[in-house]
Write a protein that binds this ligand. Structure first.
Ligand code: AMP
Ligand code: MG
Length: 521
């Protein structure tokens, strides 16, 4: 089956392949991937596709064509391509988990268009040698979440993998959503996602764990050649520069997450992209009421390892695992440790800069860090909607009266709580903010323009995705389309969509899929 795409496979052409061709579960050694064909879906149907991504990958055919349906559902294999699953390991919840790998992602091909390189991957297209005890499939619920969120993140300006298409497979998939013995059949779905590369920290870790230094070197050299080419020829020094750039990119990614209130939920090292992209949208969630201790992932509810407030630290922990994996090629701990130390310093600076931009503060003042720390505390005294709070903050002018909280009251979930102590603390904070604004050279309207570029009006609130899922389950995709369109312009006012600029409704407070998410997908 052919499609008009400019193919440029590199990963499976330049890196060592697993010689075994049968689709059996196994431990793979001395290889970066295993060849595997997608499962034929019983009755595939296109639900949605991203017109921007169809264009970006240079596809000439209509996504409504039979050829598109066949290739993007895994029903047929694109001529001159050899689909494969990647081998990787990872640290999950702080522990080495051994070989993981693409258990249900199958890489179709790499394509080039307009000077951009894209790896195309089907998620939910069947078993691979890395499927372990699972079925290689994905359900509609989690596929909608990945599909909508990856495009929404892109439009928010957050580095991310992208989504090309969302299809029904026509197969039924058995899942126990809350792991409580209540399994049920759900609609199977397949997302085609795209990124320059899907290589993760875990791809390097597995090779280091296997003490396979030559394949490790091949993978690092490959990654630098295609994705960090400005670092030039392989050498110890180049590897250190590579590690530094991965650290910086990962830091930028996590600071964006903190800015928009995104909580990944499963920051295991197998879910850390070597390109600093947000990858693997599973039990992620968006902060509704600002709470640094919140995690959407019920599997993590005891330790809350991956809660919002610790995400930048977890990136550091994950970078340490990557440093360990790269060590055999560098053989010196100190320069790697120095890069980790720099991360610790730079992430503080980056966080401060980011938070200042949310507050519209562009000059420097020695008290900025404490002003922000105090805001972080005050926001958590009662439930306060993060998105609404920051979006409405522009209405506080340099000559506003700090005693008058009316302009921000819609951000409070229980405004009756904003009295006495809590009110006094807010007034106190706004007084300091008012004083601080006096140091700014930008006027109120200039500040407003800049603040509205970093404080989104619309994010994919957890309950919004759930509403689209409920409708899609009934075969109605209008809401999915509406959210897809809305989230293309998260910083624009879009008055026609004002209803999505609202606090989480009460019914969603403790609902599965809205505030509680599991890894079941
Ligand atoms: P995740 O927590 O989704 O990042 O997945 C962790 C590992 O489990 C990865 O190796 C996945 O490919 C694998 N995995 C997750 N779900 C499935 C599934 N339904 N079938 C096969 N492998 C899976
Ligand atoms: Mg994963």
């Amino acid at each position: 089956m052919s499609l008009k795409l400019y193919l440029k496979d590199t990963f499976n052409k330049e890196l060592p392949a697993d010689p075994i061709l049968e689709n059996s579960r196994r431990q793979v050694r001395n290889a970066c991937f295993s060849y595997v064909a997608p499962k034929k879906p019983s009755n595939p149907a296109l639900i949605h596709c991203s017109p921007e991504m169809i264009e970006a990958i240079g596809l000439q055919e209509s996504p409504k064509s039979k050829a598109f349906l066949d290739i993007f559902s895994g029903n047929e294999i694109l001529t001159n391509t050899k689909p494969f699953a990647m081998c990787y390991g990872g640290h999950q919840f702080g522990h080495w988990a051994g070989q993981l790998g693409d258990g249900r992602a199958i890489n179709l091909a790499e394509v080039e268009h307009d000077g951009q390189h894209w790896a195309l991957q089907l998620k939910g297209a069947g078993e691979t040698p890395y499927s372990r005890s699972a079925d290689g499939l994905a359900v509609l619920r989690s596929s909608i979440r990945e599909y909508l969120c990856s495009e929404a993140m892109f439009h928010l300006g957050v580095p991310t993998t992208r989504a090309v298409s969302l299809l029904l497979s026509g197969d039924q998939v058995l899942r126990d959503v809350m792991y409580d013995g209540n399994s049920a059949y759900e609609k199977g779905a397949i997302v085609c996602r795209a990124a320059p590369s899907f290589i993760r920290f875990g791809n390097f870790e597995i090779l280091a764990a296997q003490e396979d230094t030559s394949t490790l070197k091949a993978l690092v050299d490959y990654t630098i050649k295609y994705y960090y080419p400005h670092l030039r020829k392989p050498s110890k020094n180049t590897y250190l520069k590579f590690f530094k750039e991965v650290a910086v990119r990962s830091m930028e990614m996590v600071i964006h997450w903190q800015r928009v209130g995104f909580v990944h939920g499963v920051m295991n090292t197998d879910n850390m992209s070597i390109l600093g992209l947000t990858i693997d949208y599973g039990p992620y969630g968006w902060l509704e009421d600002y709470d640094s201790g919140w995690t959407p992932n019920t599997t993590d509810s005891t330790n809350k390892r991956y809660r919002y407030g610790t995400q930048p630290e977890i990136v550091l922990w994950n970078l340490l695992q990557l440093a360990n994996a790269l060590f055999p090629l560098i053989e010196e701990a100190e320069p790697l440790q120095n890069i980790l130390k720099e991360y610790q310093e730079e992430v503080q600076v980056a966080y401060l800069q980011m938070m200042k931009s949310k507050l519209g503060l562009f000059e420097n003042d020695k008290n900025d860090a404490s002003l922000i720390a105090e805001l972080d505390k005050t926001l958590q005294l009662s439930e306060t909607d993060m998105t609404i709070f920051f979006r409405r903050l522009v209405n506080f002018k340099s000559d506003s009266n700090p005693d008058d909280l009316a302009f921000i009251s819609e951000a409070f979930y229980k405004s009756e709580e904003i009295e006495k102590d809590i009110k006094a603390k807010w007034i106190n904070w706004f007084s300091k903010y008012a004083d601080r604004l006096q140091l700014e050279s930008k006027n109120d309207s200039e500040r407003k323009v800049l603040m509205n570029k970093v404080n989104p009006k619309y994010v994919l609130r957890n309950y919004m995705a759930q509403l689209a899922i409920d409708k899609a389950d009934e075969g109605d995709y209008k809401l999915l389309e509406e959210l897809f369109q809305l989230l293309k312009k998260p910083y624009a006012e879009q008055p026609e969509y004002e209803k999505w600029f609202a606090k989480r409704p009460d019914w969603a407070r403790h609902k599965v899929g809205c505030s509680m998410l599991s890894c079941s997908s």
